[in-house]
Design a protein. Structure first.
Ligand code: ZN
Length: 136
């Protein structure tokens, strides 16, 4: 994959942090922003390599809280550039313990009008906010 760093960086520079007023300040987005601190090291490194701030610009969807108390999230990030060689798999398991405890990421092309590549995270993340989502 060839990444247009300048375009990706300038796109992200303008964006508010996830969980801030201008993005969406719901408790689930706030928790997501903090949970990015707990991403596996390999994922953090990948974000650095792409030039992405994991706390910025994603479209965050919260699904539910699993019995193990982790929360299922899907977050879509946009990156600009082109995929030079189609990877053999479009979804990568960073780890998989069971159906409610895994961390996957993937890439999707050709779904946005601005030609961005969607880089997404599909994972069960810890709840790290002080506030309890159950009493909100
Ligand atoms: Zn939100």
């Amino acid at each position: 994959m060839e990444i247009d760093y300048e375009k990706t960086l300038s796109y992200y520079k303008k964006l508010p942090l996830i969980g801030e007023e201008e993005h969406c300040h719901c408790i689930y987005c706030k928790n997501y922003a903090l949970a990015t601190n707990h991403f596996p090291m390999i994922v953090k490194t990948l974000f650095d390599d792409i030039g992405l701030d994991p706390k910025k610009g994603a479209e965050v969807s919260h699904f539910y809280q699993a019995k193990n108390s982790k929360h299922m999230y899907v977050a879509d990030y946009r990156i600009f550039g082109k995929i030079l060689k189609k990877p053999s798999v479009s979804v990568v398991d960073i780890y998989y313990k069971n159906d409610e405890d895994y961390f996957k990421l993937g890439f999707e092309e050709g779904h946005t009008s601005d030609g961005a590549i969607i880089f997404y995270i599909d994972a069960f993340l810890p709840w790290v906010l002080e506030e309890d989502p159950e009493i909100m």
